[in-house]
Design a protein around this ligand. Structure first.
Ligand code: URA
Length: 239
């Protein structure tokens, strides 16, 4: 299959597609020994590509869904030597998480080695829905739910819930709220609730796009099916 040079470079995890385009324009990319500076150039599996003098290793794109447990960091390596989400997955490929869940947040987390897929999933304009379920330290009322829906200020930018609903009020006064957002600002959900006077005791990401953890137990993972990968591409491209 013939593919655009910048896409092939980005897919190998060397850099983003934008960066790959710059490398091509700067004359740092060769195909079968020839410098190529045309952005539209198509290449196949058989072509030998070098970027800044290094042969591009073809990597098999892989995609995983992890039911992230508490007490695991969402990075590739941790300077405090804590367990990372990547440690939980057995693979030869150099995978990384798509976006971030806090140390104590659980639920749906995707990991991949495919730069293009990761960029697509993370881009706020793609508006891939993320559904969170939060346990709050006290009962929330209609006014605060409306405020969160209309938008609150966190770190000087506006953040709003696409949908929000109170699922349950517990006998101890705490409550369970379901909140849907499509952005991924740092600690967004906790900060949104904090902005209206609530603390999040527990947080779970229940869904990303059409994907839930299904039967996966905490800490378990599975590969995405090719159909699911296509579905995510289709979902992101529609936006
Ligand atoms: N928002 C948060 O506050 N924490 C998460 O882990 C994810 C979203």
């Amino acid at each position: 299959m013939m593919e655009r040079l910048q896409k092939v470079i980005a897919n190998c995890g060397v850099c983003s597609r934008r960066k790959a385009e710059n490398l091509i324009l700067e004359g740092k990319v060769t195909v079968n020994g020839q410098v190529v500076q045309e952005l539209g150039t198509k290449v196949s599996e058989k072509d030998r590509i070098e970027v800044s003098g290094k042969v591009l290793e073809k990597v098999q794109p892989v995609y995983f869904l992890l039911n992230k447990p508490r007490g695991v960091v969402t990075t590739v390596s941790d300077d405090k030597n804590r367990k990372t989400v990547v440690d939980l997955i057995e693979t030869e490929e150099r995978i990384y998480p798509i976006g971030r869940l806090d140390y104590d947040t659980t639920g749906v987390l995707l990991l991949t080695n495919d730069g293009e897929f990761s960029n697509l999933m993370m881009h706020p304009s793609k508006q891939i829905e993320k559904v969170y379920v939060a346990k709050l330290n006290k009962t929330i009322h209609k006014e605060e739910l409306i405020q969160l829906k209309q938008g609150v200020l966190i770190d000087n930018t506006r953040a709003r819930a696409d949908r929000i609903k109170l699922r349950k009020v517990n006998s101890d006064g705490t409550c369970i709220v379901e909140l849907t957002i499509h952005e991924g600002k740092n600690h967004q959900v906790k900060k949104m609730f904090e902005s209206v006077g609530f603390l999040v005791d527990k947080l779970k990401r229940e869904r990303v796009g059409f994907l839930t953890v299904g039967n996966l137990k905490s800490g378990e993972y599975r590969a995405l099916t090719p159909k699911e990968v296509h579905q995510f591409y289709a979902l992101a491209k529609k936006k």
